[in-house]
Design a protein around this ligand. Structure first.
Ligand SMILES: Nc1ncnc2c1ncn2[C@@H]1O[C@H](COP(=O)(O)OP(=O)(O)OP(=O)(O)O)[C@@H](O)[C@H]1O
Length: 215
């Protein structure tokens, strides 16, 4: 099986007019960086891929994940992980319970706990499992949100300005963790960013979306 995320003849329409067009293959472990001016349609493209497109838009074309056509599947059945800049943690749950949410079922309680603790160590948050999210800094919350996504065992990763709230040092660390994990787990990554450093760190292809309805 060819592990990849393929956007085949994707065209998103608004009010019946083409907004953006994308035709691209992202191989497992590679990152495609999507840039372009504000409002061009970058987040809309991600919503089409996750199956959460607003009814204001019409998505055409196909999304193939690891060779399977997932275009018509409901969002929860696509197994795509997405990380936003403002990812919120559930405030009424501990950090550990936030991480457990969305983790595939199976395994003993102690195996699940060990996975959560290893995940926290990976993002430099050892011993944070019992903490209340309200006591975390913005950067710490972002790292928990990243690990929550990774622990859900996604088959592809989408990043929507995911690092922009982190300071420079933390940004580089979290970014490296994402790209390293994607390579280890052979996951294709699509990253939306305005930041040239993010694009450079990803090391893959960069495309600039243009707004077709303004041309
Ligand atoms: N629910 C909606 N209904 C109608 N139009 C929308 C809706 N959501 C977004 N839009 C419009 O669709 C266009 C694309 O929006 P989108 O959020 O995808 O842009 P973007 O490239 O991600 O922008 P930014 O870089 O500012 O986040 C914009 O003109 C936006 O105003």
């Amino acid at each position: 099986m060819n592990k990849s995320l393929i956007l085949k003849d994707v065209c998103i329409l608004r009010d019946g007019k083409p907004l953006i067009e994308v035709d691209h293959i992202i191989q497992a472990g590679d990152t495609l960086t999507v840039m372009g001016p504000s409002g061009v349609g970058k987040s809309t493209l991600l919503a089409f891929i996750t199956g959460t497109l607003s009814s204001a838009f019409t998505g055409m074309g196909q999304i193939l994940l690891d060779g399977e056509n997932i275009t018509q599947r409901p969002s929860h059945a696509r197994h795509i992980g997405i990380l936003f800049q403002d990812d919120l943690l559930f405030p009424h749950m501990s950090v550990g319970a936030n991480l457990a949410f969305g983790m595939p079922t199976g395994g003993t309680k102690s195996e699940r706990r060990a996975k959560i603790e290893a995940g926290l160590r990976d993002v430099g948050l050892d011993d944070f499992a019992d903490r209340d999210p309200a006591t975390l800094s913005g950067g710490q919350k972002a790292r928990v949100a990243l690990m929550r996504m990774l622990l859900s065992n996604p088959r592809a990763l989408l990043l929507d300005e995911a690092f922009s709230r982190l300071d420079a040092e933390m940004r580089a660390q979290v970014r490296d963790l994402v790209f390293r994990t994607a390579k280890e787990r052979e996951l294709p990554v699509l990253m939306v960013t305005h930041d040239a450093e993010d694009a450079k760190a990803a090391g893959g292809e960069v495309i600039e979306l243009e707004n077709l309805s303004q041309t």
